[in-house]
Design a protein around this ligand. Structure first.
Ligand code: ZN
Ligand code: ZN
Length: 162
């Protein structure tokens, strides 16, 4: 059972996520600079995944002179550190709730409200690996993007109909 509300971190969760991101980077010998930290914070704070330009707009509104390459570099860093994921179908970024271990992900993307829940189902992962190996294919990475409607949007839809 996926709880969509749990995916939208509140202020307290964001603070603790940022602190653990700092610790992770420190342990890995990389540096979460002020800009990288702020980009991560923007992503974690938003209820929906953000595109690079929305993040850039937010930085500019704060008076930071963020040029697109700077933001892209910060996003690349966060991706490398696995602090965020990129949803290729929408070209948006979402914070990862468990960056400490390497994982593949399945993402439930609501086509109506745009909210995304991350699943980390080993069963799904294994099924993909098994099916791929039947084709002598060795999987190195898998990001499964599943489109549909979240529970809230389904509930609203049936409310509209009645
Ligand atoms: Zn993740
Ligand atoms: Zn929805």
């Amino acid at each position: 059972m996926v709880n969509f509300d749990a995916c939208h971190a509140n202020g307290h969760d964001v603070e603790s996520a940022l602190r653990s991101a700092e610790r992770l980077c420190l342990r890995r010998g990389s540096r979460l600079t002020a800009l990288r930290r702020r980009v991560l914070e923007i992503i974690l704070h938003s209820e929906r995944p953000q595109g690079a330009y929305a993040i850039l707009d937010e930085l500019r509104a704060e008076g930071r002179s963020g040029a697109p390459p700077t933001v892209y570099r910060a996003l690349d860093f966060l991706l490398e550190q696995r602090l965020i994921h990129r949803l290729a179908s929408l070209n948006v970024f979402i914070g990862c709730p468990h960056p400490e271990h390497h994982h593949n992900g399945q993402f439930l993307i609501c086509q109506h409200c745009g909210r995304v829940a991350e699943l980390a189902s080993f069963t799904v992962e294994q099924a993909i690996r098994d099916s791929a190996s039947e084709h002598q294919f060795r999987v190195t990475s898998q990001m499964v993007e599943i489109l549909g409607y979240c529970a809230d949007c389904q509930a609203n839809e049936s409310a509209d109909v009645s």
